[in-house]
Ligand binder design. Structure first.
Ligand code: MRU
Length: 354
């Protein structure tokens, strides 16, 4: 059975890629229409569209936006212009591998159409983007099923936002939690607020409420005591990039949860589709970690902010070593105790990037 997401974070309408502006949620539901690649890049960098799988889908639609732009502006060297737009798009955010994956997978489909740049290029890219979108939706449902089976009572914990806002479907970690709740395998979700941009408080709480799931938001620094005191039977998080040995990057604070889970002997799962694997990197040390502006941290001070120069470190993601991971939940199934050997077997001969 196909589960309909409560909102579509990214999609296509007429000649435009359409996004829900997540910076305005939960207060307002505002759409952004992208007719130019730069509009999409700005939206990605502002986190209007965000979350690894949604970035993959947006990247694929973005190639169709790029083709439309080429057809509209008729540059001297259309393929050169198209390639440079795609490259800029793929580089808009560095950590989630899905963005480049979506761009490259769509782009490959039009390689054979060179040297002419006709409407067919646009149509082929759009068809592939729609395919990637519906594939992600299907993968979400498969992950939800595999992941829910890992729970058997108690409450779960998660960080950041991993639901329909971040994917082409019902979510990665969120889909697992949703399914586990509906199957009565968990009875409550503790969601970290996720400083500095509050994806947990603003977006996950909104998604949990829309799905009628019992939940409590906690500040990030409450995670240890909640793990000890509140019957937490498992933790599920998303991922922005999983490398060859099973190390993975996800929202800053994820590594802290993995360390705490080990101390409290709580299973720690990562839910991510195959588009999040990057077997070209051997260990998590090689993952590029995006650093964002100090203002994102300092803005909580509002107008009370003194003149003093603040030194701020604002990495958007951290890397969790595979030794701390109980299992990776993927559309193919769950890989327990990931390491270089079994990740490579799990991905199969072709690896994953298509
Ligand atoms: O900076 P963001 O909001 O894009 O970070 C998102 C996350 O870290 C998610 O946990 C991750 O992309 C997995 S999404 C299903």
């Amino acid at each position: 059975m196909t589960i309909t997401p409560t909102i579509q974070a990214v999609g296509w309408n007429g000649d435009e890629c359409v996004l829900v502006d997540q910076t305005k949620l939960p207060g307002q539901e505002v759409l952004i229409s992208c007719r130019k690649v730069q509009t999409l890049i700005d939206a990605i960098q502002a986190l209007s569209v965000r979350g690894a799988p949604a970035l993959g889908v947006a990247g694929a639609y973005g190639t169709a936006v790029a083709a439309r732009e080429v057809l509209d502006t008729r540059p001297k060297d259309p393929w050169h212009f198209f390639d440079s737009l795609c490259e800029k798009l793929a580089e808009a955010r560095p950590t989630a591998v899905n963005l480049r994956w979506g761009v490259e997978r769509a782009r490959k489909k039009v390689e054979a159409l060179r040297p002419d740049f006709s409407l067919r290029v646009f149509e082929t890219l759009l068809t592939e983007a729609k395919e990637i979108h519906s594939e992600d939706h299907k993968w979400n449902e498969q992950m939800a099923k595999h992941g829910a089976a890992l729970f058997n009572g108690g409450a779960a914990m998660t960080v950041c936002n991993t639901g329909d806002l971040c994917t082409g479907g019902i979510g990665t970690a969120f889909g697992v939690l949703r399914e586990a709740f509906f199957q009565k395998r968990i009875d409550h979700v503790y969601a970290l607020e996720t400083r500095p941009l509050l994806q947990g408080l603003r977006l996950t709480a909104w998604e949990l409420a829309r799905n009628n799931i019992d939940y409590t938001i906690i500040c990030d620094n409450m995670a240890a005591s909640v793990m000890r005191d509140k019957r937490i039977s498992g933790i599920v998080v998303g991922a922005d990039r999983i490398v060859a040995n099973g190390d993975f990057a996800n929202k800053i604070g994820t590594y802290m949860l993995a360390v705490l889970a080990k101390h409290h002997r709580i299973p720690f799962y990562v839910a991510a589709p195959s588009s999040t694997f990057d077997p070209s990197l051997s260990t998590g040390k090689e993952i590029p970690i995006e650093e964002r502006k100090p203002e994102e941290i300092l803005s909580v001070l509002g107008t009370n902010r003194p003149e003093a120069p603040f030194r701020v470190f604002n990495p958007a993601f951290d890397v969790t070593p595979h030794e701390l991971v109980t299992g990776i939940i993927c559309e193919k199934g769950t890989l327990l105790s990931p390491n270089a050997e079994n990740v490579s077997r799990f991905l199969g001969e072709k690896g994953v990037l298509q």
